[in-house]
Design a protein around this ligand. Structure first.
Ligand SMILES: NC(=O)c1ccc[n+]([C@@H]2O[C@H](COP(=O)([O-])OP(=O)(O)OC[C@H]3O[C@@H](n4cnc5c(N)ncnc54)[C@H](O)[C@@H]3O)[C@@H](O)[C@H]2O)c1
Ligand SMILES: N/C(=C\C=C\C=O)C(=O)O
Length: 489
């Protein structure tokens, strides 16, 4: 489909491409080259998108049988995979992530998120209860789920398609309609998905995309729009607070997937090579830009020095380079602005007395890559737990390693944070594993693994890492209204 001439990334409203008066530039973080201009939706475009979603909700979409909706969502997933190379290229251009990651995680999961929820809504049972009534008779109760309505979907830049369809999949499967506000850093795959939606025959207005920023831009206009029935957000905890405040007006439900400062805990009895490989993935995959990633590593004292040396080797074996090149295993950060944030923590670590085991700066990159948002994968030791580097989410390819002695000490260290998203525990002792899983206050706990995902399981954060759980039947709690019908027999 020919998109609007000026903007490579126009808005998508009611099945049509809509250009805004204002636009902003989208750049490839690997070499800072200009990818194209993006329409910045104003209040009028956002409201038009919400109205279109409302009209679609009252149209054929929510009256469609669950089986038919599920069929269409499987077709959307197939449509993404049919254009796999385009989606992979678009995601890499927007984020700089290596080909292997975009092709093995982002895009396949972006499609799978439609399939899983199409299947869940077809197979989930509803509850019913018989009851004796005071008059000696009987009644039967049964529960019915209906769509919640127009859902505002606000997404981050680190796994753009995956995290957007993790919300849009269940929302549409449950018969809602959506207005998506992708991150300003990564407009491409949400825009490409609009082409797939049209090609598959998803009715106009069911899936809408408005581009822009947060405050004083499309994000804020969307959360302030009274036509939005509920808001699902993935992003920083601070942003979550602002969105919750907006959602309070009109008492709109929120689903929040927020920040983390996750601990990795390595016991002396672990499978050492697997633990090193697992923590290296959790610290450096996607250049550390994964909410579930590990920025705090606690290693039992007997293997502490050996582990630090082994993780250093892993960090120094990462292959920085053109994200499209065979063998590249480490890309840039998402933007020069985010690099400034990450480098400020690299400096803070040194200021707080850290030993820089490896990294800590900007790598020399060849040619045009020298203009990109590159940082070195970095490991520190020797910081006090009070350092901002240990307390605050950096969202970069860096971690601090500290020793511990006992299970109780490790659990206390892991829990000493405002966040509660994820943890990864490495031990061969089944008792240790389950005691630690019980003691650490997070939403997701991996044992001898990391980022292993069964999409039927509950996903979400405790404390300031989120509100609600999504995944499998858990998503239905947010994306539907549950009604009880009581029938006197
Ligand atoms: N818990 C999870 O599942 C999960 C997953 C991925 C990322 N994250 C978190 O996301 C963060 C990184 O993503 P980010 O930098 O894009 O987050 P961010 O909070 O800066 O932005 C996220 C989205 O919110 C929008 N936004 C910003 N301010 C807004 C406002 N006032 N009103 C409405 N919308 C607003 C942005 O434009 C963007 O689309 C990290 O903290 C990471 O931990 C969490
Ligand atoms: N929500 C998910 C991943 C989140 C990754 C955070 O960066 C998922 O795997 O469903």
């Amino acid at each position: 489909m020919n998109r609007t001439q000026r903007d490579r990334y126009p808005n998508f409203i009611n099945g049509q491409w809509v250009q805004s008066e204002k636009c902003f530039q989208n750049r490839n973080p690997a070499d800072n080259t200009l990818l194209g201009s993006v329409s910045e939706a104003g209040r009028a475009e956002v409201d038009a998108a919400v109205q279109a979603a409302r009209a679609a909700l009252d149209g054929p979409w929510s009256k469609m049988t669950t089986a038919r909706r599920a069929e269409l969502l499987h077709a959307v997933a197939d449509g993404i995979m049919a254009r796999f190379d385009e989606f992979v290229a678009a995601e890499i251009a927007d984020t700089g992530k290596p080909y292997h990651l975009a092709s093995h995680l982002d895009i396949p999961r972006g499609a799978a998120n439609f399939k899983i929820f199409a299947d869940v809504v077809k197979n989930v049972p509803a509850e019913s209860f018989e009851m004796a009534t005071p008059d000696g008779g009987q009644a039967i109760n049964y529960a019915v789920r209906s769509p919640k309505g127009v859902i505002g979907v606000i997404c981050p830049w680190n796994l753009p398609l995956l995290l957007m369809t993790w919300k849009v999949g269940p929302a549409l499967a449950c018969g809602n309609t959506v207005v998506v506000k992708p991150s300003e850093e990564t407009p491409a795959t949400a825009t490409l998905l609009a082409e797939v939606m049209n090609a598959v025959g998803i009715p106009p207005g069911v899936y809408n995309v408005v581009h822009g920023f947060g405050k004083d831009s499309a994000g804020e206009f969307l959360t302030a729009d009274a036509g939005v029935d509920a808001i699902t957000f993935t992003g920083e905890t601070g942003t979550g607070e602002a969105i919750m405040a907006a959602a309070a007006r009109g008492i709109r439900a929120v689903s929040m997937e927020l920040g983390g400062k996750n601990a990795g805990i390595v016991f002396a009895d672990c499978d050492f090579d697997k633990a090193v490989a697992g923590i290296a993935r959790a610290a450096f995959d996607n250049s550390g830009q994964v909410c579930l990633g590990t920025e705090r590593v606690y290693v039992q004292r007997p293997i502490f020095e050996r582990f630090v040396a082994a993780l250093k080797d892993k960090a120094e074996s990462l292959r920085l380079g053109d994200p499209l090149a065979e063998g590249t295993s480490f890309g840039p950060l998402v933007s020069l602005e985010h690099r400034r944030k990450v480098l400020s923590y690299y400096a803070r670590a040194v200021g707080d007395g850290a030993t820089v085991v490896t990294g800590g700066g900007v790598p020399d990159m060849p040619g045009a890559l020298g203009e990109g948002a590159w940082v070195q994968p970095t490991i520190w030791t020797g910081l006090p737990e009070s350092s901002a580097v240990i307390r605050e989410e950096i969202f970069g390819p860096c971690c601090h390693i500290a020793p511990f002695d006992t299970e109780e000490e490790a659990a206390a260290l892991a829990n000493d944070t405002q966040y509660g998203l994820a943890t990864t525990i490495w031990t061969r002792d089944i008792g240790t594993a389950h005691r630690m899983a019980g003691a650490i206050k997070v939403g997701i706990c991996w044992i001898n693994s990391w980022f292993l995902r069964d999409l039927r399981t509950a996903f979400g954060g405790a404390k300031q890492s989120g509100i609600g759980r999504e995944g499998g039947v858990h998503s239905l709690e947010f994306y539907t209204e549950l009604k009880n019908v009581c029938v006197k027999l």
